[in-house]
Design a protein around this ligand. Sequence first.
Ligand code: AKB
Length: 352
Amino acid sequence: MTEPKSSRAASTDTGAILVSGAGGEMGHALLEAFAQRYHGKREIIAMDVRELPKDRAAHASKAYACDVSDPAAIDDIGLKHDVSEVWHLAALLSTRGEKSPELALKVNVMGSANLLKLAADSAVRRGTPVKFMFPSTIAIYGVPTLADKRAAGRVDEDHCLEPITMYGVNKRAVEEMGRYYARHYRLLAADRPECTVDFRSIRFPGIISADTVPSGGTSDYGPEMLHSAAQGKPYACFVRPDSRIPFMTMPDAVRSLMELADAPRAKLSRLVYNVSAFAPSAEEIAAKVREFFPKADTTYAPTLERQRIIDSWPEDCDDSAARRDWGWKPQHDFNRAFAEYIVPKIKARYGC
Ligand code: AKB
């Protein structure tokens, strides 16, 4: 992946960047973007619960196989490195979280608490704020019925905040924990505002990558439909054809996080922002996939649990605050996403 184009200058900070969940889909894209941006001039510390494959670890200065919910392991990493930014991607996603809610709580909330504490401790040692980048999710929203979903339309950051999944509840809790660390943690009481956690978060829609296939999420039907078609495999979609949520491409998602990280704090009126790009129904995705892969064999076999989750997420998110405060604008709308990014890359990947 070429580094997502950002009009802003990269930070001049030379401290280490710690990336949790580096083995996941977004971790994959982000490590590549960091490698291109910093060319080894900044320490990149990758962490994942599993050992990273060699090609991925090669993008990092140091890779740890460790559990984010283990406070001693996280403390230890914090003490070994001069961390000035934490990009906390590790999480159990919505479908997986419903299978093991207690594990999701432990990883998603306790893991985040450990990393927020690492950031706060590091800020004190450095005497400067430590940036904490946190991908939140559309799953923090919850609309009770389909009629409410249609009536709600594009939801802004402050409404419909009643998630129905453990993952959504966890992410929402971490947004609040981030607000606490950024604005109220004891460092401020001790009158050292320079030593704070500079928490910044984006609520992501479903993300489509041409390089990786997601697992454990509920928006996975979008990318699964596409990757199956490109491989000539039939696909039974687990939601109804009329199901609608927003999506964006992985390059746009990574660029949005990098742009938010680069934005001057004074320009940010919020700690947590929506971003959006396009909001097709499942059948509109299937039709677009057929345009490029005419033999695509997509059928529908909705499952109660996953349909219920998708029906509780808004049809689209209002991202006007991100557009206004830090100039967010997706590069890929629905047509450009397929024509310029997904299809060329996925055809190269599968040789079709
Ligand atoms: C999921 O489906 O759980 C994730 C998300 C939308 O956060 N992809």
